[in-house]
Design a protein around this ligand. Structure first.
Ligand SMILES: [Cu+2]
Length: 268
């Protein structure tokens, strides 16, 4: 083989190796959770589209109602769209000084994926407080769950940065618990078929816009593998570096082999 043909072969190998390695890499996006409803709750959220098609969600937050469960969700849409975190000024439609979940959803969209501690993740699982994280005695939540590919709805991984992390549960009368006496029952919960849930339990406490990846980009590859991670996040950068390292090792070997025995094609 001529040097030219080796070069061409090398170029093809580089192209073939880079494409799947980039697509298979973990992609991470991050968001800062800021308070809603003057809750004082803040935190960070990290969403990682795993190379195995799954999703890992890590949330560290503080300032929540101590010893109380806090429903938490990814809000938004698998179709992308322009969602954001609500503000009292913009979204408190009845000007009562409280942002209900119904008012807030106009900004952050509907529940898309319920960040439960076990089991299902559909919107219907969204208010199952027995499977939601409970803040510790200091109002902190450290949440870390990896969801397998089979639990990930279509489009989620491709639209990670179009989604918002929302934690619910406030204590406006500062009695240390959610109670109907404060704000009445949650009409949001009622509509999900759950009766007698205090509105305090469903009003948003914090919201975080996720950034870092190409926001709301369409899927670049077929959905059967969970799609490719969007470019621009810190994941692919590391992945390309990893691919190049593997590449230098993998390409060097066949090159040497073929030079020793150029007529054989079955020695791999
Ligand atoms: Cu929510």
């Amino acid at each position: 083989m001529t040097a030219l043909r080796y070069s061409a072969m090398l170029a093809v190998t580089v192209a073939l190796m880079l494409a799947p390695m980039s697509a298979a890499a973990d992609t991470t996006v991050k968001g800062t959770l800021l308070e809603q409803n003057h809750s004082g709750a803040t935190g960070t959220a990290t969403l990682t589209a795993l190379s195995n098609g799954g999703l890992r969600v890590v949330i560290h937050s503080q300032g929540l109602v101590p010893n109380q469960p806090h429903a938490q969700h990814l809000h938004g849409s698998a179709e992308g769209g322009h969602f954001g975190c609500p503000t009292l000024k913009m979204n408190d439609k009845n000007h009562d000084g409280i942002l209900t979940n119904e008012e807030a959803m106009g900004e952050y969209g509907t529940i898309f994926f319920a960040l439960t501690t076990s089991g299902g993740v559909t919107p219907h699982d969204g208010l199952d407080v027995k499977r939601m994280p409970v803040a510790d005695s200091k109002g902190r939540i450290n949440y870390d769950r990896a969801f397998p590919a089979a639990m990930i709805p279509p489009g989620l991984r491709e639209h990670l940065s179009a989604l918002h992390v929302v934690q619910h549960g406030i204590d406006v009368n500062h009695n240390g618990k959610y109670d109907v006496a404060a704000l009445g029952v949650s009409t949001f919960a009622e509509r999900l078929g759950l009766h007698g849930i205090p509105e305090e339990a469903t009003d948003p406490a914090s919201c975080g816009v996720v950034t870092g990846a190409g926001a709301a980009e369409p899927a670049r590859h077929g959905a059967e593998t969970g799609g490719a991670p969007p470019l621009g996040a810190n994941g692919p950068t590391a992945a390309v570096g990893g691919a190049l390292l593997l590449l230098s090792a993998a390409v060097a070997r066949p090159w040497r082999r073929r030079r020793r025995s150029p007529v054989r094609s079955d020695d791999s």
